[in-house]
Design a binder for this molecule. Structure first.
Ligand code: PMP
Length: 361
């Protein structure tokens, strides 16, 4: 006899919820989850393997629960005076964000973000038993400081997520919005900089705002620019007191010795790991220009993906591309689809497949 969720003593607040579910289909051109489609460079892969081999010899012991060497290494990479005590890490920035919510949200509390934004924020929030409140953006998905501050003041959240630049729209976020939101709440303000490395190099990170803002958290990931999605490594910088709060909710030894060793080795080669970023940005910009030439409406993007409008039937176009072996993402925004910038060949394959599908209104 098969049992369904309804037959189980599931938490009432989880009934009817849908899990994260981007399709994982084995298609030749997979541009749907904003991965870095360039593999880890050979010389770095060799060094990572050597480090893993050493770590494996001691895998009978629990790993360093405080992952100090890795935190030091992230502090070095981030710069801006960030210290080891200010750094935290976990299995992907999803787990980092979950730790923040476990410590600062939870039953009877509220988290807030400007929709459309990263689809995991509401799921992670509800997972801790907290309520998710969605704010609004302008029609072009930007947010102004005044509007942001008044929406946040009204919602009175315990945690605010500012995705900068934003997924799934690619939209940049001004530091003035972050400052205004911080001043409009007593809650924790998380700036999710998962895609920061793809922004113009001269643009300032929210890391520059950390001083004197003990409720500000800047999260990053190795999944995108570092081409390390499969290793599951995310991290954040914040006041050391915030890091102390996260220690209360993490599982002991949550970062395996193998994960720590792999991430440390990859970080030793940060410039090589990041060398594809400029190439990916070039493909992103080529994609935007070609989409426009094809009559679509790409939104400005500071990430490794492009959201484009002007699609008459997103479901049908998504399927037509799928049938040609190209996987992109229907993020549920009317008239829009989202595509990750791939290698030059992958990007060309996507653009050619799209050109062969007539899906403009
Ligand atoms: N934040 C944003 C905005 C993302 O788009 C993603 C991944 N798509 C994540 C966080 C999580 O990434 P990871 O858990 O792989 O670090």
């Amino acid at each position: 006899m098969s049992v369904s969720l309804d037959d189980l003593p599931l938490r009432d607040d989880l009934r009817g919820k849908i899990p994260y579910g981007a399709p994982q289909a084995a298609l030749p051109i997979a541009l749907n989850v904003n991965e870095n489609t360039h593999p880890v460079p050979e010389e770095v892969a060799d060094d990572i393997l050597d480090s893993l081999a050493l770590a494996l010899r001691e895998v009978n012991r629990y790993p360093d629960r405080e992952f100090v060497a890795l935190r030091e290494s992230f502090a070095d990479y981030l710069g801006h005076g960030v210290t080891t005590e200010q750094v935290w890490a976990a299995n992907g920035s999803n787990e980092v964000l979950q730790h923040v919510l476990q410590a600062f949200a939870g039953p009877g509390r509220r988290a807030f973000g400007f929709a459309p934004t990263y689809s995991m924020y509401p799921l992670l929030t509800n997972g801790t038993g907290a309520e998710w409140v969605a704010g609004r953006r302008e029609p072009d998905f930007t947010i102004t400081p005044d509007d942001a501050a008044s929406q946040v003041a009204e919602a009175e959240p315990d945690v605010v997520f500012l995705c900068a630049p934003n997924n799934p729209t690619g939209t940049p976020l001004g530091l003035d919005v972050i400052e205004a939101v911080y001043d409009a709440t007593q809650g924790i303000v998380v700036v999710d900089e998962a895609y920061q490395e793809f922004a113009p190099h001269e643009e300032r990170s929210a890391l520059t705002l950390l001083a004197d803002r003990p409720r500000l958290v800047v999260s990053r990931t190795m999944s995108k620019a570092f081409a390390f999605a499969g290793a599951r490594v995310g991290y954040l910088a914040a006041d050391p007191a915030v890091v102390d709060a996260l220690r209360l909710v993490r599982l002991p030894y949550h970062l395996s010795a193998l994960t720590q060793a792999a991430a440390l080795a990859a970080l030793r080669h940060a410039p090589v790991m990041l060398r594809m970023v400029d190439e990916i940005v070039a493909q992103r910009d080529r994609m935007s220009a070609t989409l426009e030439a094809l009559g679509y409406e790409p939104f400005e993007s500071w990430t490794n993906f492009v959201l484009f409008g002007g699609v008459e039937d997103p479901g049908a176009t998504w399927q037509a591309l799928y049938d040609q072996g190209v996987l992109i993402r229907d993020v549920g925004l009317p008239g829009c689809l989202r595509v990750t910038a791939g290698t030059e060949e992958e990007t060309t394959a996507f653009l050619e497949a799209l050109a062969s599908v007539d899906s403009r209104p």
